[in-house]
Design a protein around this ligand. Sequence first.
Ligand code: PRP
Ligand code: URA
Length: 211
Amino acid sequence: MNKEMVHILDHPLLQHKLTILRDENTSVTEFRQVVGEIATLMCYEATRDLPLEDVEIQTPVAKATVKKIAGKKLAIVPILRAGLGMVDGILTLIPGAKVGHIGLFRDPDTLEPVKYYCKMPSDIAERDVIILDPMLATGGSASAAIDFMKEYGVKNIKLMNILAAPEGIQRIREDHPDVPIYVAACDEKLNDHGYIVPGLGDAGDRIFGTK
Ligand code: PRP
Ligand code: URA
């Protein structure tokens, strides 16, 4: 496995907040809020390699040559439903990002992703894309989402998940070796139902209170 393509963001704040998500006693309100906070913290790390360019400005004191972000504009693409919980946290840091949506659910029997919705910004092919989903379990949903982005002509894709299983990371490395993965933790394994162990349960249900 090319370790440089798998970023495990083990900052103490992220680990602390992840513990709140894992706890079955955490309320829907707090779960939703903490998912957003984790997305903001992860965004800070996942954008560390954004290119900069020099610009001339006038401060109140002097003229200065300073840095601003250069290069292509960004789009974020949450995988519905649970990825929606990460959107506001990213927009806090990158308010100008456009937002595309991919609707996928995992068939509970086959664990294969089923696509039910897709709406992208018209200029998506010219943007760098960060795909958002709290969970990377078998990796089927994320791999399919990356396939769709590539079909749209997107060249530069990053995948951001809060929690991963080794199986999911392995799947993305095999299917899409060009796509870097950012996770806050990689857990032990998947159980027989494709849930991450110890994990945090069903992310969509816990964000939207549907269980
Ligand atoms: C969850 C999660 C991912 C997917 C991960 O979505 O948010 O999209 O499962 O599993 P995989 O890596 O094995 O594909 P789910 O299908 O529960 O849909 P939801 O977000 O609408 O609840
Ligand atoms: N989807 C979830 O929401 N949780 C898991 O543990 C696996 C897939």
